[in-house]
Design a protein around this ligand. Sequence first.
Ligand SMILES: [Fe+2]
Length: 134
Amino acid sequence: MNTDRTFLEEGNRVFFELLNRLGGFCDNPSTPEARQLLSDIRAFLFERFEYEKKIMISRNSEDTWLHHEQHELMFNTLSWSIEMAQRDEMVCRSLYHYLDDWFRFHTENLDRTLCEPDSESLVFGLHSTGSGTS
Ligand SMILES: [Fe+2]
């Protein structure tokens, strides 16, 4: 297993752990814990996207622009939504589901290509189990 794949898979675990914890706080998103989780998720994604950008640059792959653009759109949406999510339960839940859906789709369809030729799925039994997200 290559180093990039190992790093990305470990990152997937960390991301869903943070996201699941956030799901448990969406009933009261203005708590310091919820605020910290949103901040931690944002920081995690910033570092993750920077790491992926280094891989893309080193490999000069054809879909680099598209992949980077997806990161930018997602990060901007997250940054824009965080403050509202801290004030509104419904926004927090919507953000939770958006992050869950986006990350699963993105990892499976774009991040996976960063690990070629070892292109086995990176989504490996990760389940969101946070409460208060229905
Ligand atoms: Fe990515």
